[in-house]
Design a protein around this ligand. Sequence first.
Ligand code: HAM
Length: 426
Amino acid sequence: MSSKFAAPKGVSEYLPPRSNIFDHIVQTLKIPALAAGYELIELPIFEDTELFTRGVGASTDVVTKEMYTFEDRGGRSLTLRPEGTAGVIRAVIEHGLDRASLPVKLFYHGPFFRAERPQAGRYRQFYQFGIEAIGSDDPYLDAEVISIAYQGYRKLGLKNFELQITSLGDSDSRVSHRKDLDAFIAGLNLDEETRNRALKNPLRLFDDKRDEIKDAMSKAPLLLDYLNAESRENFEQVKSALDSLGIAYQVNPRMVRGLDYYTGTTFEFVHSGLGAQSGIGGGGRYDGLMELLGGSKLSGIGFGLGIDRILLALEAEAETGQLLPGELKYIDLYVIALGDQARSMCFTLVDSLRKEGFVVEQNFGDRSLKAAMKAADKSGARFAIVLGDSELQSGSVELKEMSSGALTSVRLTSLAKTLAEKSSGL
Ligand code: HAM
């Protein structure tokens, strides 16, 4: 009988063996963040709705169309987090983390929720790995943040991606650009909805997917050309810091991030093997966000990397038949016990081998030797042993190498030593 339940539409789920790759991605992305002194922050999955309407911004699709908002039993409006930055800043303010030495460096990973139209690489529940560095506007920090994402992708073995960066400048630069952009947009023949969107945030029109708008916007004034001397100098410093690390980038002055809080350096990582949902990560600086949410006037910068899309990108880059890192469950030894006495002895043997660091599985239940051997084979274990009454009496077992079938007679007391020797000869 087939189950009448199915996962909700558009959510991503990871089952073995793909879940092993998922875990490997998270563990690998953490390495460069930990090496740069970032620490874990674990936050609620839902927050006050207003945190996002204010923090993420009223002109964004995320806030106007994509939030999962509900009322709790006390009549409060709550929203499943659509992104991580607003929550991190809320926690930094609430718990006074910015009273410690600056910048505060935090990383997080977990599920996020956006009610989008599901398609390949675009889900309603998806996963991000993110970092935020709060309390310094040093351009070297911008480059550090970008390099942490870059190193993470590289450590995973990804190759076919490009870093795109631009700068939204400081507020003076944005004000002078906004004046010209508003005047330019006023001269366009736009429908009412688009015009209203442009009134809230004219930069959104650069992100419009319709050909006629794309066409019209191709002549629009670009913010990058309006940076004042200070903002320009800052952007130059970020770029030369990236150069010094050998990190290649493309300047993309038409990049529009989907969230309103960005200022200064913004960036995206784009993968060539994913079709329409090519953004595998993005981020940038947010000068006013902390103040907007009721905190002090501190700048911050961070990124969110899409774990689902990184997994798809790894799969897209893999050669046919190639195993991805972490895909193969690794087991050193599969232990098959036959008979009550052997089962009780094996139970403690398995326990002690695991404590010595070996990955060991044992058969459960009263299976025939044939069925147990089949399970050992399926498990992918490198070695297997069978322990019955005669092995118990002699104190030695035949260690079977599963790939070749080769047998080595080993004393039970030196099983760990033999396994270690054979593993180091890998
Ligand atoms: P974002 O660009 O909205 O930024 O999302 C970051 C990444 O999450 C995207 O590049 C993409 O890989 C992934 N992503 C977003 N939406 C979906 C979806 N529906 N399905 C699958 N993957 C998705 C942020 O969220 C910012 N909080 C990043 C940040 C941190 N900026 C500064 N600090």
